[in-house]
Design a protein around this ligand. Structure first.
Ligand code: ZN
Length: 316
């Protein structure tokens, strides 16, 4: 996207966007999405400017049937040296599968803030999930890849309710020792509010400095965009989003879509923050994806369109 109207390039803030629609966006969809449609989505995301994409997850296909074609998706990925392909993994078995494809650049590991959710999501305690993250990051580096970690349920747990901020900070600190490229705070069930987000992002950022903080929000209760803004204000520099606002978690009751890539892009670009994404291409992709999914997608900007372009011939 060109921003010729803004001239002060030196003070321009840039946010890195991670496109998660092929994984988080699709994993909760009941209808099986064809591998070629997933690959088309990835190609369209790249065309929109995405340079980091969560392409699939290497999990038990019985638990998450939509991700059963992880290897086939990887085999079809465009050979792009400028794009980082992320494979989500929950354990070493998943890490080995991802590495074996030879197509994944970065392993995404997941720790969970509470024991109950950690047991349901990945069959281990919260402490166990931190240890798994550290091992996965170490294995990624061994294999010549990079690793990153997401702390799920950082802002609230569907089963235990409040999650102590000190607990999240302790987890982030322990994971940071393993040398990930960044650590993400995820609002898996969309209960966060901007004040909480601003406080926790600032604290985690300080705790893991100089590692970047990434954020992952679901718009379950309408606070997604406000939370993105609060996180950036507090120093988060990487934002996960999903084209169309698709998304959900099979293990989090009532979880709704990720913040929509086009909505986040519109908000940030209009506020003078660069994303490297092209809004028109994202909106086109939304329409294509809605066709593939056979339903309307939650994103707002794709319904309304971007900022009006001057049109002197328009009436009323
Ligand atoms: Zn998510």
């Amino acid at each position: 996207m060109t921003n010729t109207s803004r001239s002060d390039a030196t003070t321009k803030k840039t946010i890195e966007m991670v496109e998660v629609s092929p994984r988080d966006g699709l994993q909760n969809e009941q209808r099986a999405i064809a591998t070629h449609d997933k690959l088309a989505l990835i190609e369209r995301a790249i065309a929109s400017g995405a340079r980091r994409i969560e392409v699939t997850s290497f999990v038990n296909p019985r638990a998450v049937p939509q991700m059963a074609d992880a290897e086939a998706v990887c085999a079809g990925l465009p050979g792009r040296g400028d794009v980082t392909y992320i494979g989500l993994v929950m354990n070493m078995r998943g890490a080995e599968r991802a590495i074996a494809t030879g197509r994944i650049d970065q392993l995404g590991a997941v720790a969970v803030g509470t024991d109950t959710f950690a047991m349901k999501n990945q069959g281990q305690t919260s402490d166990g999930s931190v240890e798994a993250c550290r091992n996965i990051i170490a294995r990624a580096k061994d294999a010549g890849l990079t690793g990153q970690a997401t702390i799920a349920a950082s802002f609230g747990c569907p089963f235990e309710g409040e999650v102590e901020e000190d607990r999240v900070i302790a987890m982030a600190t322990a994971i940071a020792e393993a040398g990930p490229v960044e650590i993400a705070l995820a609002d898996t069930i969309g209960v966060g509010n901007p004040a909480h987000v601003e406080r926790l992002v600032a604290r985690v950022r300080e705790a893991i400095d100089p590692l970047p903080v990434r954020v992952h929000f679901h718009n379950t209760r309408g606070t997604g965009l406000a939370n993105v803004w609060a996180a950036i204000s507090a120093g988060a520099s990487v934002v996960d989003a999903s084209i169309g606002g698709l998304g959900g978690c099979p293990f989090a009751p009532g979880a709704a879509g990720n913040v929509a890539t086009e909505d986040v892009t519109y908000m940030l670009e209009r506020a003078g923050i660069e994303t490297a994404l092209d809004l028109d291409t994202l909106i086109e992709t939304n329409r294509w994806l809605a066709d593939v999914m056979g339903k309307d997608l939650p994103a707002m900007v794709s319904k309304a369109g971007g900022f009006p372009k001057p049109n002197i011939s328009s009436t009323s």
